[in-house]
Ligand binder design. Structure first.
Ligand code: SF4
Ligand code: SF4
Length: 114
């Protein structure tokens, strides 16, 4: 059992989630965070902290796709344990649909948050 970050996080990246995770299992891409499903202990404390409601349990319908995306990029991106400033235009992207198709970046973060 694990939680996963969905496309609602893309270009929002508020990072409230990383400050509460007891096992530091968030990883940072250029414009999205992911959870390492092999490290997540399924505690659920991050889910209500996310202003974008981007975090879902793997029991949700359709969650399988996001768990695999989280697993893939957790292996490629750097770990993040502290909250830094979100993008200045984060609020504008909060309700935008289909962000994975149109906005996702596979690049790792530039490392400013680590
Ligand atoms: S709090 Fe939500 S939007 Fe912010 S980085 Fe975490 S998952 Fe992404
Ligand atoms: S469910 Fe718990 S362990 Fe998993 S990412 Fe969220 S805070 Fe971390």
């Amino acid at each position: 059992m694990t939680y996963a970050v969905t496309e609602a996080c893309i270009r929002c990246k508020y990072m409230d989630c990383v400050t509460v995770c007891p096992v530091d299992c968030f990883y940072e891409g250029e414009n999205m965070l992911v959870i390492n499903p092999d490290e997540c202990i399924d505690c659920g404390v991050c889910e209500p902290e996310c202003p974008a409601e981007a975090i879902i349990p793997d029991s949700n319908p359709g969650a399988e796709k996001w768990v695999e995306i989280n697993r893939q990029y957790a292996g490629l991106w750097p770990n993040i344990t502290i909250k830094v400033e979100p993008p200045s235009d984060a609020d504008q992207w909060l309700k935008v649909a289909d962000k994975f198709q149109n906005e996702f970046s596979p690049k790792p973060s530039l490392g400013k948050s680590n």
